[in-house]
Design a binder for this molecule. Structure first.
Ligand SMILES: NC(=O)C1=CN([C@@H]2O[C@H](COP(=O)(O)OP(=O)(O)OC[C@H]3O[C@@H](n4cnc5c(N)ncnc54)[C@H](OP(=O)(O)O)[C@@H]3O)[C@@H](O)[C@H]2O)C=CC1
Ligand SMILES: CC(=O)C(=O)O
Ligand SMILES: [Mg+2]
Length: 757
């Protein structure tokens, strides 16, 4: 498998385009004014300098050191490309910087050193200790890399890790343990063939031995052949790993009957005919980059019982140290660990292996264009884009650092730490966490009107795992079971209601009668009523109406007006309410934003706006938030007199009078809802006061709908909705194509609503 010429051109253009390279330095403080500059530099900068001079630990308070990692190489073993020199290694080191940033929010200076002598290398790096919170050594050839790491660890008090050794060992161990579990083999009895006897390979072998593998079961090859006792050239790192088989044993011979092949050498050296001779259910990790020892498809073509992994992202099972280093360093930096020790490495490997067995978040399936990743031969290890990696691995590493006594700044509150980690990737979602917690405190019966659907069934599994509701599924049992079986979804003994089954004829008749009573003066005949309640979303609404369920989730496969109709016809509005409306929640970086009415009322009157705002305020409070409402328009506090401006002005006046304690202001342009300074300068009377709005009320459906759709697409903001307001009991209609996560969120919202009905 070679890199195609198109890809080569793409890669070169990618790196050369715009500003050459992949990273830049960005200030984190305001530099807009002369005053800012005086603080950032002279004279202000002298103050933190003096503080640090007095107490060197304060460098963590006043500089970027605590979040800064040096990625340092001399270019002697760059990927599988060999000794190509420090300049040629720079794209890889910049790349590593990018991965540190996007996966764990760690800042990196990449440093390429023109030095190969181990002692010179150590002296140079040791002198950088004041700059960095941690040091990631990268792509340094063996055996020098071992000596370099050992000496630096002895000299420095910040965490240091040679990633090609330990990152690779940790990640491949997690994948190996899971693969062995799938093929039901014991590591003690597993026979390994290792291609490569360098930094990565030696470290992997050592960790596998710690996990229970036996040294006599290893056949390790380098350029000169088998690492065997009869070789006089073995260095002090390799000699203890030498086997008894003669040095002339070939790779092909060793592969016969082998259980595991691990490639950490160069591309293309493993032949399909060798894979063909391996033991039953063989495992091949061809991890050389960018070209693996054998291509994924070439290996799979000769063995259909093979579990195959590579270091690349374009095939299943990417076993690459990117799954480790960002999160290992995150955990180590956060507890200000003095080193990265074996306990921390093993904790990372175990956490990673466990995570692969948990249900895969939708966002990961989406990223890989997969319908349903789940633990098995094609998914032995989580994907690098999995948003749970940061919390799972970093917390495990931080805990292990504390337990092994190397943490100088222990974590005091793990919930707070978990939130901080999630926030680093913009995953902070306090609002939904609150709703999920509240739902769990008193789970309600939620009926899923469209249960013969993969996404719904996956959501139901998550709902069961989270304990937020008692799901009832409407659909044919055989169909639901078939989908679950195909996608390895275990729903246990969940209630499945095959409502059209002859056994349920009496219930259907009862519902038809009730529906007829409700709608006979709205033109429905008995025959039509019987027909309607045989539709799943009518049946679900009937279950809710007759207290056989506490909430309904429907709509995923229907169009919105069709899906909402049964709720309006059967459940109807709350007493005293004349309007039903739809609200969206956007989880913006600044915090949650509620938009209303995005879904139902085309051109609401002043009275309608008042009612919609009241319903919205009540719903926002259910999220444990105080509504701070901006009544939006194109005019500011009477600056224009168009119909919509007048409408929002009048509605604001009524609401202010009715609810004097509310935080509500208007009419105003959308930016004023967020720009406190501008508002205070020009409209100091505006009672949003020192706050920014969290609830936006729009003058009509077009503006609300356009605004939230624009934001969610252009600004890539996660959203939840539409949340129906004004119904007597909780019914929520999903948007066509809603994701599993959105469905789960809607269930939680329905449960919390049902708790207060
Ligand atoms: N997927 C992942 O996460 C990772 C993958 N890797 C990959 O592993 C490989 C090795 O990296 P690293 O250990 O850092 O580098 P090293 O230079 O330390 O080791 C390379 C090893 O490969 C051996 N080798 C080279 N050519 C052959 C050959 N034809 N047959 C058998 N052995 C050979 C070398 O033998 P000799 O000692 O005789 O020179 C050496 O032992 C690279 O391809 C790298 O991309 C590395 C880290 C992580
Ligand atoms: C992934 C990595 O570090 C390597 O291939 O060298
Ligand atoms: Mg590397």
């Amino acid at each position: 498998m070679s890199i195609s010429s198109i890809l080569r051109q793409d890669a070169l253009e990618y790196h050369a385009g715009g500003k050459p390279g992949k990273i830049e330095v960005k200030p984190t403080k305001s530099t807009a004014t002369q005053r800012d500059l005086s603080l950032a530099y002279s004279p202000g900068v002298a103050e933190p300098c003096l503080e640090i001079a007095e107490n060197v630990e304060k460098v963590y308070d006043y500089t970027a050191k605590g979040n800064l990692v040096g990625v340092i190489s001399n270019g002697t073993a760059v990927l599988g490309l060999g000794n190509i020199g420090p300049e040629a290694s720079k794209p890889v080191m910049e790349g590593k910087g990018v991965l540190f940033k996007v996966f764990s929010d760690i800042d990196v200076f990449d440093i390429e050193l023109a030095v190969t002598d181990p002692d010179d290398f150590v002296d140079t790096v040791a002198r950088l200790e004041p700059t960095f919170g941690g040091i990631n050594l990268e792509d340094i050839k063996s055996p020098e890399c071992f000596e370099i790491e050992e000496k630096l660890k002895a000299r420095l008090k910040i965490p240091i890790m040679h990633d090609d050794q330990h990152g690779t060992a940790i990640i491949s161990s997690a994948a190996l343990l899971n693969a062995l579990e799938i093929v039901d083999k014991k590591i003690e009895e597993t026979r390994f063939v290792i291609s490569g006897a360098g930094a990565a390979a030696i470290s992997c072998v050592k960790l596998y031995l710690k996990l229970g593998a036996r040294i006599e079961n290893f056949y390790i090859f380098d350029k000169d052949g088998l690492v065997s006792e009869d070789r006089p050239d073995l260095n002090r790192y390799l000699a203890p790993l030498a086997g008894k088989a003669g040095r002339n044993t070939s790779l092909a011979e060793a592969m016969k009957g082998a259980d595991v092949f691990l490639g950490l050498s160069v591309g293309g050296i493993l032949k399909p005919e060798m894979v063909a001779t391996m033991a039953a259910n063989p495992i091949v990790f061809a991890m050389a980059n960018p070209t693996p020892e054998i291509g994924y498809e070439d290996a799979k073509a000769v063995r259909d019982d093979l579990i195959m992994a590579t270091g690349r992202s374009d095939f299943p099972n990417q076993v690459n140290n990117v799954l480790g280093f960002p999160f290992i360093f995150r955990g180590a930096l956060d507890v200000r660990a003095s080193e990265i020790n074996d306990e921390m490495k093993l904790a990372a490997a175990k956490a990673l292996a466990c995570l692969a067995k948990k249900p895969v978040p939708d966002i990961v399936n989406l990223a890989y264009n997969e319908k349903s990743l789940s633990f098995g031969p094609e998914y032995i290890i989580p994907k690098p884009v999995d948003p749970r990696l940061i919390t799972t691995i970093s917390m495990a590493v931080a805990k292990a650092a504390m337990e092994s006594g190397v943490a100088t700044k222990p974590i005091k509150n793990w919930d707070v730490y978990e939130n901080q980690l999630a926030k680093r990737l913009g995953l902070d979602n306090q609002v939904m966490k609150f709703i999920l917690k509240r739902a769990k405190s008193n789970p309600k019966r939620i009926v899923f009107a469209e249960a013969e659907n993969l996404k719904v069934l996956k959501a139901v599994r998550e709902v069961l795992d989270a304990g937020i509701a008692k799901p009832i599924l409407l659909g044919r049992k055989a169909n639901i079971d078939a989908i679950c079986e195909e996608h390895h979804i275990d729903l246990g003994d969940i209630e499945i209601f095959d409502f059209k089954h002859p056994d349920n004829a009496a219930l259907l008749a009862e519902f038809a009668e009730l529906f007829y009573e409700k709608r006979k003066r709205r033109g429905f005949t008995k025959w039509e009523a019987e027909k309607q309640v045989r539709k799943s979303n009518y049946f679900a609404a009937m279950m809710l109406e007759t207290n056989r369920a506490d909430g309904v989730i429907s709509g995923l496969t229907k169009n919105y007006p069709d899906a909402i109709r049964p709720a309006l016809q059967i459940i109807g509005k709350k007493p005293g309410v004349t309007k039903v409306a739809g609200m969206y929640l956007l989880l913006s970086k600044q915090g949650p934003l509620f938009f209303s009415d995005t879904t139902i009322n085309f051109s609401p009157s002043v009275a309608d706006i008042v009612e919609i705002t009241e319903l919205t305020s009540e719903a926002v409070e259910r999220f444990n938030l105080k509504p701070k409402m901006a009544m939006l328009s194109y005019s500011n506090f009477g600056s224009a007199d168009g119909d919509d401006a007048l409408k929002m002005r009048a509605a604001t006046a009524i609401l202010k009078e009715k609810h004097p304690d509310w935080v509500i202001e208007g009419e105003m342009q959308a930016h004023l809802a967020f720009d406190k300074e501008l508002r205070q300068q020009n409209y100091p009377f505006a009672t949003l006061g020192n706050d920014t709005a969290n609830t936006l009320i729009f003058p009509n459906l077009s503006s609300a709908n356009i605004a939230y759709n624009l934001l969610k697409e252009a600004a890539d903001i996660e959203y939840i909705g539409p949340i129906l307001l004004g119904l007597r009991k909780p019914v929520h209609v999903l948007q066509l194509g809603a994701s599993v996560r959105e469905i789960v969120n809607m269930v939680a919202i329905a449960v919390v609503e049902a708790q207060t009905v």
